[in-house]
Design a protein around this ligand. Structure first.
Ligand code: ATP
Ligand code: MG
Length: 388
């Protein structure tokens, strides 16, 4: 870092802290909104029960982690049915599936996403069914009215690992009270700067959260967070807490992480929110080696190399079934932004980032750093400015 940045550091952090708190007050969901989202989810679950009486909608993502901003969607998984090799099957480990009478009514291998989409549409929701994605997704919308704001909800038909990584994120957020405001601020900035749109070549919110966790676990000194996946499980831990296999089959994911926070020492780091925000932007603007580093929050030190993971050339993988049936689809794996999923270590959370997306993200980080300097200097001379 150029010395003059350091010179202004205490002033910048102080202003940034006030700015961030002001913004957080505006973007934190209004009281009752989370409650409203949970209510909507319960209503939707009731409708799902018209299809299968034991149906459940299991929430994951920001509604559970607490990282929701006012505009955040609701993410959930339909249970007890999931997609496996192009067929809809009962989710393993779920006690209650469709009853025999329901199976008879629905017929052989019913198209559950389509049936549910039709049911929801009939009940007044705006529905979009995406069937060409890795797993079918129903996107629901309910327009704003006097009694509730606009609500968006995604219903997926697989991805039980999301429930586990959501629990990991939530536990990290409970480790230190600075995690949540930092995440909300960065998510707000990324959305506002249009670098949080995976389908347009940039990074999903989950990717930004993993970048923040890496910074808090491994970069800032002393660390704000411990590495929860690097703490050995007690000998009495049940096998179910250690590993998880998606279809009761092939791949075992090591899902253990420390959950008993009262046994962990408190962080010795006393940085303000503003200092952490500045440090985060500084790290990803000038220090992080985008060209060959892979963020791996489960590993000691938090970094691997692209060579080590053989994440060097983009490839196209056929997924969704065995052989080239019409139901298979192609997944493009890019490694320009490389962020290893904390449980599914072969999965690059940043694979949606294109070359153009990466350039935009990097220039936005540098722009933010420029603005941070300008804000502090401008405010010293009472000239208004902002990092947005
Ligand atoms: P937002 O408020 O923007 O909706 P969010 O915190 O809900 O943010 P999302 O990016 O919508 O974050 O992700 C929700 C959850 O979906 C994550 O917690 C994660 O479990 C899963 N997820 C999202 N993107 C990916 C991905 N690229 N790879 C693996 N899991 C993902
Ligand atoms: Mg979400």
């Amino acid at each position: 870092i150029a010395p003059r940045y350091e010179l202004f550091f205490p002033i910048q952090a102080h202003h940034l802290d006030a700015l961030a708190k002001d913004i957080l007050a505006q973007i934190t969901p209004p009281p009752g909104e989370t409650e409203q989202k949970r209510k909507l989810l319960a209503q939707l679950e009731q409708l799902c029960k018209e299809l299968i009486s034991s149906a459940r909608l299991i929430p994951f993502g920001s509604l559970v982690t607490g990282f929701a901003t006012a505009s955040s969607d609701i993410d959930c998984i339909f249970s007890p049915i999931q997609v496996s090799n192009n067929r809809y099957v009962e989710t393993p480990h779920v006690i209650e599936g469709p009853t025999d009478a329901e199976k008879k009514r629905l017929g052989d291998n019913p198209d559950y996403p389509l049936l549910l989409a039709q049911l929801l549409e009939k009940n007044g929701f705006q529905v979009l069914l995406l069937s060409k994605t890795r797993v079918p997704i129903i996107k629901l919308k309910r327009a704003a009215s006097d009694s509730h704001p606009e609500l968006n909800c995604d219903i997926g038909f697989k991805n039980s690992l999301a429930v586990h990584n959501t629990a990991l994120l939530k536990t990290y957020s409970e480790c230190d009270e600075r995690v949540k405001p930092l995440v909300l601020f960065i998510k707000w900035w990324a959305k506002r700067r249009c670098i949080n749109t995976p389908y347009l070549g940039t990074l999903c919110s989950y990717g930004y959260v993993l970048m923040i966790l890496h910074y808090l676990i491994n970069v800032v000194q002393p660390p704000v967070l411990p590495n929860l996946q690097d703490i050995p499980p007690p000998a009495t831990t049940h096998a179910r807490e250690l590993s998880f296999s998606e279809d009761g089959g092939d791949t075992d994911y090591f899902i253990w992480f420390a959950k008993n926070l009262s046994e962990l020492p408190r962080s010795k780091n006393t940085s303000s929110l503003g200092e952490l925000i500045r440090g985060f932007f500084d790290y990803y603007s000038f220090k992080f080696a985008w060209g060959n580093a892979v963020i791996s929050i489960r590993s000691k030190g938090g970094l691997k190399t692209k060579q080590e993971k053989e994440w060097t050339t983009a490839n196209i993988k056929t997924a969704g079934g065995e052989g080239e049936t019409e139901n298979t689809f192609q997944v493009k794996n890019r490694y320009l932004v490389a962020i290893e999923d904390p449980f599914e270590t072969t999965h690059n959370v940043g694979r949606t980032c294109t070359g153009k997306g990466l350039n935009t993200i990097r220039s936005e980080f540098r722009r933010a750093m420029d603005k941070i300097k300008t804000v502090s200097m401008a405010q010293e001379f009472s000239i208004g400015s902002g990092i947005y």
